[in-house]
Design a protein around this ligand. Structure first.
Ligand code: NDP
Length: 287
């Protein structure tokens, strides 16, 4: 653990990562735009640098944990030359194409670049549930792996630098649709005085029972014929319409439910009402 690591960005996540690296015995140098945030880290044994250029001098590895793509480029571009002998690992959340653009920029400047995505909240870093995804320069991953594994389970997704971000966004999309589902259910039940807490408990139990069916859905999609063994688009349209009507009867908007029905209606309108409802996936491809 004698590698020297520079962390750029001491927000909630950068702070958790720095603390974990320090705790594991790494030598850490930190930089943050608002310098005051470096103070607790210096007290705990990290070195603070006043500028990005100074900060990267002491690190073999540069971990970037800033707000977004724009802030990363703003901070890294002026120090491109100094990053040449370093391994840059960008853990900032970006889109796949933003990751690819930064990887292309790094390649142009001869910088070893790894893009990462953090599937954890700060409190989880270094703990058993923490998982981080990486993609890009395979050699950089091999060199950095021991360090990265101290943050959580490390998974290398492939040489396309956009892959970690893509999986991050796909998993977040699934989570987002699920949790907006909680909101819809709570809004509906609140109309008869049921607390959010109680409905959340009900939703959790119900989803827990339903989640194991997810693999079965994947088999139907992989089959590509959408011959339904279960729920046809027409059946699901009726069910979906009932949910929307029930919601409105209670005085609750159905905006969160409507996009799904719109896709099912599109299937029916193109003669596929008898197919499995999962055929909506074929409509999602932007033509
Ligand atoms: P915070 O809002 O806590 O921190 C943001 C950091 O970015 C601060 O250090 C801030 O500096 C810095 N920053 C913002 N704009 C600039 C800029 N233009 N130039 C330099 N520095 C800038 O965010 P988090 O630490 O929570 O998140 C950091 C990254 O980690 C994000 O991409 C986020 O999506 C990702 N992430 C966070 C998770 C979480 O649960 N928190 C989970 C998974 C990923 P300053 O202190 O000066 O404002």
């Amino acid at each position: 653990t004698n590698a020297s690591i520079t962390v750029l960005g001491l927000g909630a996540m950068g702070s958790a990562i720095t603390a974990r690296l320090r705790e594991t015995g790494y030598d850490t140098t930190v930089w943050n735009r608002t310098a005051a945030k470096t103070e607790p880290h210096v007290e705990a044994g990290s070195r603070a640098a006043p500028t990005v250029a100074e900060a990267i001098k002491t690190g073999d590895f540069v971990l970037v944990v800033l707000l977004d793509h724009a802030s990363v480029r703003e901070q890294l571009e002026p120090v491109a030359d100094a990053l040449k002998e370093k391994v840059v690992i960008n853990l900032t959340t970006t889109t796949p194409n933003e990751s690819r653009a930064t990887a292309a920029w790094a390649a142009e400047h001869g910088i070893a670049y790894l893009d990462g995505a953090i599937m954890a909240v700060p409190e989880m870093i270094g703990g058993p549930g923490s998982r981080l995804l990486y993609s890009g320069d395979e050699n950089a991953y091999a060199i950095a792996r021991t360090i990265l594994e101290t943050l959580g389970t490390a998974d290398y997704e492939g040489t396309d630098a956009g892959l970690a971000s893509l999986k991050d966004m796909a998993l977040l999309s699934a989570m987002d649709l699920m949790f907006t589902g909680y909101v819809q259910a709570i809004a509906m039940m609140r109309t008869v005085g049921v607390s959010a807490y109680d409905t959340a408990e009900e939703v959790q139990a119900w989803l827990g029972a339903m989640l194991p069916h997810g693999r079965g859905l994947a088999e139907i999609i992989d089959g590509r014929t959408y011959e339904t063994g279960g729920q046809s688009a027409d059946f699901t349209r009726a069910a979906q319409a009932s949910m929307i009507t029930a919601s409105r009867e209670q005085g609750i908007r159905a905006d969160l439910l409507e996009p799904h029905l719109k896709l099912l209606n599109e299937l029916a309108a193109t003669g596929r009402g008898g197919k499995d409802w999962l055929a909506i996936i074929e409509l999602l491809t932007i033509k």
